[in-house]
Write a protein that binds this ligand. Structure first.
Ligand SMILES: [Zn+2]
Length: 275
């Protein structure tokens, strides 16, 4: 403690010592009551620094000019720009982790109508929740910016972009995988590359460096909350449990992730309501 070590460092050292003790046949000591009490005291005495102190969370809209920066008319955006737009709008409106977006199954993407008749694009992916609830996969959707889909701004509409990227990647004819996010020649990207795509966009948009690609979820949820969207709806869309969670509830209520508000309009278009 006199050395001024961070609590996480003390904990790491304790587990390193335990690993050594274990390898020489000695019992572990970090789990003993006195040691547990000591580690709790260290944590109280040395709280972790507030990572986001002094910075204001950015809104997804702030990134749109940088997102639309690379365009190649008259044939629409280049592959890279299309991929970036699709990933960004997908992650923003679904509040998905990078790893979940990476796992989107290309063959599962299809245009359908939701239970109240709104056009959406559904897809399957692997989520932490699906694994925890013993489900083969999770499903989610992206919405069109406009209910009359002919009026959508196709450079920014999450549903149009998802269908467009799927079609482009299908034409690359790589049947050995079912991924959506690929290189220009159709090779599946690694999960880290998918995350890096978003951190590059954040840096290009000059968002404070403390915000990594994971911050997209925070950016969306804070913005939606400030726009008056019910916490419960944000949680349903993001797959976060509210209150007492049960696997039955997650299956029947969170499955499908339908919410009333159009998150795409709220998060991507300036000064619009969601109706
Ligand atoms: Zn659309």
């Amino acid at each position: 403690m006199q050395l001024g070590l961070a609590a996480s460092t003390v904990r790491r050292d304790a587990s390193l010592i335990d690993a050594l003790r274990e390898s020489t046949g000695l019992p572990r000591f970090a789990a003993e009551p006195a040691m547990r009490e000591f580690l709790r005291a260290v944590t109280r005495a040395r709280p972790a620094g507030a990572k986001f102190e002094g910075v204001v969370v950015y809104s997804p809209r702030q990134l749109v000019p940088s997102l639309l920066q690379y365009d190649a008319p008259p044939f629409g955006p280049s592959f890279m720009a299309l991929r970036e737009r699709c990933l960004f709008t997908l992650r923003v409106v679904t509040l998905m982790r990078g790893g979940s977006a990476w796992s989107v199954r290309r063959s599962s993407i299809k245009a359908v109508c939701d239970p109240i008749g709104r056009p959406i694009v559904m897809f399957h992916y692997d989520s932490k929740g699906a694994a925890a609830n013993n489900m083969a996969h999770d499903s989610n959707y992206v919405e069109h910016l406009e209910e009359d889909t002919r009026r959508c701004d196709r450079s920014l509409c999450p549903a149009h972009l998802l269908l467009q990227l799927r079609d482009v990647v299908e034409r690359l004819d790589r049947e050995e995988h079912d991924r959506l996010f690929t290189s220009e020649i159709g090779a599946a990207l690694s999960v880290n590359s998918v995350r890096t795509l978003m951190s590059k966009l954040l840096r290009r948009a000059q968002v404070a460096p403390v915000f990594t690609s994971h911050s997209l979820r925070m950016s969306s949820s804070v913005t939606l909350k400030l726009l008056g969207v019910a916490d419960q709806d944000v949680c349903v869309r993001a797959g976060w449990h509210t209150g007492t969670a049960s696997s039955t509830r997650s299956r029947h209520y969170l499955y499908g992730r339908g919410v009333r508000d159009n998150f795409a309009r709220l998060l991507l278009l300036p000064g619009r309501d969601s109706s």
